[in-house]
Design a protein around this ligand. Structure first.
Ligand code: C2E
Ligand code: CA
Ligand code: CA
Ligand code: CA
Length: 278
């Protein structure tokens, strides 16, 4: 790629320059995306490993940018964190997800609703009131709400994180550790933090049935979960062999393209009608 030189003397390629411009543009635009109606919440089922009934759904943000089209949350969430747009977006996610879950409950019975939470949101003093207000407004049981956090969120400010988690537990919410088995993985927080669920990262789930070392790691996580009385979810399940293996080994819930990609709420409700109808 053609090289440029900036006034400070650093070189960067055209590719990096356009990537940088795109990021700057997205960081600007994410601040208005909510008001402009460009954000949607899609849902991916977490199914019972034995019956394959939908037990829960994870809410996943989708952004349709007017010029760039669909932008991945992997790209825009970090930008929304850096300018704190994630605070308002996260509150909207909570309200939307709880409203939708209340609707599912009326149609098909109780389905747990999981949403993702970044550190900035966890440390926002309005987090619990936001969740509690939404639960009261939509008459949803707090035990149906699962808050998914990554380990990095807890390790940054452990004392503060612990106090927020304790408040969430006291309010009757459930806490899940996302991307388990990757990243920090100190595991001591499983002793120190009162969590209910762990989600085995999809990098460990891939080919688990045919990869002996991978299988040992997954088996170890499953027995850790069993011994600590945690719900264990496998994410990124794409193959029937993976689902069969995980189910045999006692994994509680499965999530992945094998069962469904994340889908808009109307489609999710159609699936509930098909799969979970009494
Ligand atoms: P995550 O929480 O680990 O979410 C799982 C990601 O894996 C999702 O990507 C999902 O679409 C994808 N996935 C699910 N099943 C499969 C599969 O079988 N194979 C493969 N290859 N991928 C699968 P997505 O929707 O692009 O979200 C990426 C990340 O963005 C999420 O990772 C989460 O960290 C973040 N995110 C999404 N929505 C929110 C939100 O509302 N708030 C916050 N703070 N973060 C969010
Ligand atoms: Ca997640
Ligand atoms: Ca994950
Ligand atoms: Ca992830």
């Amino acid at each position: 790629a053609k090289k440029h030189q900036d006034p400070a003397g650093a070189y960067f390629s055209i590719d990096e320059e356009t990537k940088f411009q795109r990021q700057a543009r997205l960081e600007q635009d994410i601040q208005h995306a909510l008001k402009a109606g460009q954000l949607q919440l899609w849902y991916q089922p977490k199914v019972d490993a034995r019956t394959h009934m939908v037990a829960a759904a994870e809410a996943l943000l989708r952004w349709k940018h007017p010029e760039y089209g669909w932008v991945s949350p992997e790209e825009f969430i970090p930008l929304a964190e850096s300018n704190r747009a994630i605070i308002n977006i996260g509150r909207w996610v909570i309200n939307q997800a709880i409203a939708d879950a209340s609707c599912w409950q009326q149609r098909s019975g109780p389905i747990a609703i999981a949403f993702n939470m970044s550190a900035i949101q966890l440390f926002d003093g309005q987090l619990l009131p936001t969740i509690n207000n939404a639960l009261a407004r939509h008459q949803l049981n707090p035990e149906l709400v699962v808050v998914e956090l990554t380990e990095s969120v807890l390790i940054d400010q452990p004392e503060f994180a612990l106090s927020v988690l304790q408040q969430m537990i006291d309010a009757g919410l459930r806490v899940s550790i996302d991307d388990f088995g990757t990243g920090y993985s100190s595991m001591s927080y499983l002793r120190d933090f009162p969590v209910h669920e762990i989600k085995i990262d999809r990098s460990l789930v891939r080919n688990v049935a045919s990869n002996p070392a991978g299988a040992v790691i997954v088996n170890t996580i499953l027995s850790l979960g069993k011994n600590l009385d945690l719900e264990v979810v496998a994410e990124g399940v794409e193959q029937t062999s993976e689902a069969a293996y995980l189910s045999t080994k006692g994994c509680d819930l499965l999530q992945g393209y094998l069962f469904s990609k994340p889908i808009p709420n109307p489609q999710f409700m159609e699936r509930l009608d098909q799969i979970n109808s009494p």
